[in-house]
Design a protein around this ligand. Sequence first.
Ligand code: DON
Length: 309
Amino acid sequence: MICNDKDILHVMIEEARTYTQGGEVAKYIPALAEADPSVLSLAIYDGGGPCAAVGNTDETFTLQSISKVLSLALALMDRGEDEVFSRVGMEPTGDPFNSIIKLETNRPNKPLNPMINAGALAVTSMISGSSTEEKLGRLLTFIHELTGNPEIRYDEHVAKSELRTADLNRSLAYFMRQHNVFEDEVEDLLDLYTKQCAIEVSCEDLAKIGYVIANEGKHVQSKRQIIPLHIARILKTFMVTCGMYNASGEFAIRVGIPAKSGVSGGIMASIPHGIGIGIYGPALDDKGNSVAGMKLLEALSHRYDLSIF
Ligand code: DON
């Protein structure tokens, strides 16, 4: 089993680490530019003992776009499919994650899917709660349940850094508010969204969340349904079609695993009915995906025959 192959995983991560030199850390959120680009870590969770973890596993990082999978799960549980998909579509874009272009050309003017920034802002507006604190608290409680780690919080430094510089997301939000995608005050929504993106995890936390999504939404020990089965399926499907943005098609061919990336360098992957994988490698390619993380997932997929296709 893959989790027992620690020596092989050590070799694989050091091979993949060479690719970090071909990437760059995200700079448009100033706090993310402080990351060390040579870092790479991997955790694999199979529901048994502890995660198999190799590389720089002590490093923690912010979820960034990986949080979009979890806010979508919560919004779907809160509002149901009909309401959520009346405000956000189900189609991949082929555009970068922060692109504005299809918001204007698509009719009606709703964002094309929940994984791009526009769609994620619309989804975050559908998390139930009477205040930002309550909505964020519900999201954190959900993540505590998924990971079994009640210590998870958001990183205030990263959240503030993004809020100060998030003018592109502000434009997306103002455009959507004008077109009645949501009614929230834009600054309140941006405040919640940047805190959601700044939730801080380890690659082991990520592997555990990936495992629950992989295994039909069931809690690891108690087998309690944390995410309804049909919602866990929706999440995996979006991870396949939109999870790596405008690299999703190539990633499906080369790797073939439902996965979601974030600009901090995290990747969460879920093999249906199988393992959860968490990766952290902050050196990114030009599409905003961890360059060494993708190479590592490709190598794992080939070696262990993990493609779902
Ligand atoms: O909204 C943003 O731009 C970031 N908080 C998240 C974007 C992101 O992670 C894209 N992922 N590769």
